[in-house]
Design a protein around this ligand. Structure first.
Ligand SMILES: NC(=O)c1ccc[n+]([C@@H]2O[C@H](COP(=O)([O-])OP(=O)(O)OC[C@H]3O[C@@H](n4cnc5c(N)ncnc54)[C@H](O)[C@@H]3O)[C@@H](O)[C@H]2O)c1
Length: 252
């Protein structure tokens, strides 16, 4: 799949799914902006990319900070002249308690990163793509929790459902400008976030694995492959979809 000379922003690119996607997209020829709060780790990812002959750079970004996404896009355009695509992937788990026990500050933080953070990025990216008059492709990180609910994750479930609504709204409004906006809905993917949540112990990991129709947890590269396709011209007529990448979890 060729992404030669495309300039692509990946938020949350320092770890897990974002990291795998940065490597995949750079391998397909794109220049990647690795935007994350973890600057040192982002530097390691850039070094990984460069070692493999690809091109990437670090951009410190907290997607939850007001105005930060717009400033990031401005900085990218000042340096590279354009933005062709984005994977708005930065996210956090949030409280793993019953709904009644969620602290308001924890609720607000999950919404700020996982939903408002994605909104701010999408808004800034679309504004630039309209100005370029070149179309573009944006992929947002939702989850199976955007399609169904998992217990003790009300804030996360709510934010990820919101990402799908946001994705559909953006896809509908900017289809005439050939700006495609899609979401990916990963199931259980082996990343530091998974270790922190469902995969924290051998028992929970085995329990989750047993409930997945395909009988295994996925590697982050299996999400990266779908994101790369959605960012490429090979998905040129696909917009507004929320694609499960879940080994069959949501068909049960
Ligand atoms: N791992 C899974 O099983 C799974 C399943 C479904 C959806 N997802 C979603 O995929 C995305 C990536 O998850 P992951 O598993 O790779 O997690 P991860 O924790 O490995 O990586 C998340 C990255 O986002 C960054 N980040 C967090 N808050 C940020 C902020 N405010 N601004 C900028 N960067 C920030 C972190 O520093 C980290 O590098 C998330 O949106 C997550 O909700 C993950």
């Amino acid at each position: 799949m060729s992404l030669a000379d495309k300039v692509i922003l990946v938020t949350g690119g320092a770890s897990g799914i974002g990291r795998a996607t940065v490597n995949r997209l750079a391998g397909d020829g794109a220049h990647i902006i690795v935007a994350d709060t973890q600057v040192e780790l982002s530097g390691e990812v850039v070094a990984e990319v460069q070692k493999a002959g690809g091109s990437a750079e670090v951009l410190e970004l907290d997607v939850a900070e007001e105005g930060a996404a717009a400033a990031a896009v401005t900085a990218i355009v000042a340096e590279h002249g354009r933005l062709d695509g984005a994977f708005n992937n930065a996210g956090i788990v949030g409280p793993t308690t019953l709904l009644a026990d969620i602290d308001m500050a924890e609720w607000a933080r999950v919404l700020a990163v996982n939903l408002t953070g994605v909104f701010s990025c999408v808004q800034a990216e679309i504004a630039q793509m309209i100005q370029q008059e070149s179309g573009g492709s944006i992929v947002n990180a939702s989850s199976i929790c955007g399609l169904i609910a998992l217990p003790q994750a009300a804030a996360y479930n709510s934010a990820k459902h919101g990402v799908i609504g946001l994705t559909k709204s953006a896809a509908l409004e900017y289809a005439p400008q050939n700006i495609r906006v899609n979401a990916v809905c990963p199931g259980f993917i082996d990343t530091p976030m998974f270790d922190q949540a469902a995969g924290a112990t051998v028992e929970t990991r085995n329990f989750v694995t047993g409930a997945i129709p395909m009988g295994r947890i996925a590697g982050p590269g299996e999400v990266a492959d779908v994101v790369a396709w959605l960012l490429s011209e090979q998905s040129s007529y696909v917009t507004g979809v929320a694609t499960p990448i879940d080994g069959g979890w949501t068909v049960q």
